[in-house]
Design a protein around this ligand. Structure first.
Ligand SMILES: Nc1nc2c(ncn2[C@@H]2O[C@H](COP(=O)(O)OP(=O)(O)OP(=O)(O)O)[C@@H](O)[C@H]2O)c(=O)[nH]1
Ligand SMILES: [Mg+2]
Ligand SMILES: [Zn+2]
Length: 357
């Protein structure tokens, strides 16, 4: 099969420059299409290579962000037929991250070098406007263009369908919206039409919304495993277990993703600013310099809520995400220093106490 051309894989001129400037000429270049713990499948012009990391890469890595991820371009050498050793990760054009589950302040890579995030929610029961804004925030903070796909339209009536569509249009501006059904085929041609050659699209959304089925419908092949049983059984189960990059014959690169249960945001501020532009504009117009926009009398944001110019639900979701961002990102390093200092103080106090006795 694999006579892949690097342009179809999303290769950009910048990579070539980096290759020359960093003495990576003697290495092959490829893109990570699948990761399974420390094994990577890298697609190159010579085909797929099952690859591992060279020691240097492993030992110099400072955090999990330094390891290759699906979507990364890497420099590698073929040490045996279709076996590779990865020497370096090329600089990333974009990186989609979320908060690592259960780990405070730690980021987890979703995928890299993405152009678009395809946020999928199913119209029947997964739909949540607040969660949608959460996904938009993580896309916006990494300069990845979001697109919204509402799936399983075959499962809702017209009334419910239009209710959700108007809600989305009201809350989310300037973002393409496509309604699909993998069962009836509705909207599939619209999805195909947005996919451009050489551009990378990452599917994002909860488990069971039909991400993998959508890839299968688009390619017309059963490439991805999807759920065979009724999705009302065993809701907690993930069907897709790892990320995988698929190059479409018709152009475009899709990354399938296991359903995300907790979309913890790790924003640099840009994501929230872009997603909640209206609130940011209002807060800039607020006459108080140090306003918290929570309970100050005469606050421009609060006035807008009172007059109905700003939806209270939007405001509440913004505040929630903003608090979350503060909590996770008010530099982890600073926090650690603080905790350490605090820890020392406690220890000293305890020592003194003991002496006193
Ligand atoms: N009614 C209906 N069911 C669908 C549609 N698309 C997918 N399904 C069903 O939804 C279930 C889950 O589909 P998947 O494609 O595996 O979902 P997923 O988003 O990839 O799930 P994870 O891999 O766990 O993240 C399967 O039973 C599909 O047959 C659709 O358009 N309409
Ligand atoms: Mg799946
Ligand atoms: Zn204010």
């Amino acid at each position: 099969m694999k006579n892949i051309n690097l342009e179809d894989l999303g290769f950009k001129e910048k990579l070539q420059k980096h290759k020359v400037a960093n003495q990576l000429d003697s290495f092959l270049i490829g893109r990570v299409i699948l990761q399974h713990r420390e094994r990577y499948i890298v697609l190159t012009e010579r085909g797929e290579m099952e690859s591992e990391l060279l020691g240097n890469l492993r030992y110099t890595a400072q955090s999990n962000l330094d390891f290759p991820a699906v979507g990364d371009w890497v420099a590698l050498m073929e040490y045996d037929i279709n076996k590779g050793l990865i020497r370096a990760v090329y600089p990333r054009e974009s990186l989609l991250v979320r908060k690592a589950v259960g780990k405070k302040g730690e980021k987890q890579i979703i995928a890299s070098n993405l152009d678009f995030g395809l946020i999928v929610q199913s119209l029947n029961r997964d739909f949540s406007i607040n969660r949608l804004e959460r996904y938009l925030t993580i896309c916006n903070s990494s300069s990845i263009k979001p697109m919204i796909i509402l799936s399983k339209v075959d499962l809702v009536d017209d009334k419910e369908k239009s209710r959700i569509i108007s809600l989305v249009k009201e809350r989310v501006k300037n973002t393409p919206l496509i309604i699909v059904s993998n069962y009836t085929g509705e909207g599939l041609s619209d999805v195909k039409a947005i996919l451009e050659k050489g551009k990378t699209y990452c599917l994002l959304g909860s488990s069971g919304v039909g991400k993998s089925t959508l890839i299968n419908s688009i390619t017309g092949k059963a490439l991805m495993r999807t759920d065979k049983i009724s999705d009302s059984i065993d809701r907690g189960k993930h069907i897709t277990t790892h990320r995988e990059l698929i190059v479409l014959k018709t152009g475009g690169i899709l990354i399938d993703n296991p359903g995300i249960r907790e979309v913890g945001i790790m924003d640099n501020g840009v994501g929230l600013e872009k997603t909640f532009e209206k609130i940011i504009d209002l807060s800039k117009r607020c006459k108080f310099n140090d306003c918290n926009h929570i309970n100050t009398k005469g606050c421009a944001v609060l006035k807008a809520i009172d007059s109905g110019k700003l939806d209270k639900n939007v405001y509440e979701n913004y505040m929630k995400l903003e608090r979350e961002q503060e909590h996770h990102t008010s530099t982890t390093f600073e926090k650690r220093q603080k905790d350490k200092a605090f820890g020392k103080m406690v220890k000293n106090v305890l020592k003194h106490k003991r002496k006193d006795k």
